[in-house]
Design a protein around this ligand. Structure first.
Ligand code: MG
Length: 160
């Protein structure tokens, strides 16, 4: 099996008055994330990991923030589009490992639902989409609750 590995990173600032959407799942919280789209940092990090592995650039090139059509966009929909482009280039998502770094909310209770949505968008096996939550032990901007960071690694396999 021919494999490629990609790494994605994203961060967004917490703001009041917006829903919190991560991995396509609405999570009850007193803040949401600022951004041009729905600010789903999990979907964005995974999208960048897939595009990087496929040699297709990054999320900003495919879905420019200056383009009004992506305002408040469903980022799982963008993930689906990006994966379609990777597929057209001869790759598909085999497996992903995602770490969400935030002091709150807790990610674990939502991990399965997030994996199911990400798997649906990419055609991957949901059992091979891992979502993990970590606190930042109270340190720095994440520790102060100013925002969230997400790291994603994606493995793509060549499509015959
Ligand atoms: Mg983003």
């Amino acid at each position: 099996m021919t494999l490629r590995v990609g790494l994605g990173y994203d961060s967004h600032r917490f703001v009041p008055g917006r829903p919190l959407v991560l991995g396509g799942v609405a999570i009850p919280h007193d803040h949401g994330l600022a951004g041009h789209s729905d600010a789903d940092a999990v979907a964005h990090a995974l999208t960048d990991a897939i595009l990087g592995a496929a040699g297709l650039g990054d999320i900003g090139q495919h879905f420019p923030p200056a383009d009004a059509q992506w305002k408040d966009a469903d980022s799982v929909g963008l993930l689906r589009l990006a994966h379609d482009r990777a597929r057209a280039a001869g790759w598909r998502l085999h497996q992903a490992d995602v770490t969400v770094v935030a002091e709150a909310p807790r990610i674990g209770p939502h991990a399965r639902a997030m994996a199911a949505r990400l798997a649906d968008a990419t055609g991957a096996d949901p059992a091979l989409i891992a979502i993990k939550g970590k606190s930042n032990e109270g340190m720095g901007w994440i520790g102060r609750g100013e925002g969230i960071a997400v790291l994603a690694v994606a493995t793509l396999e060549a499509v015959r």
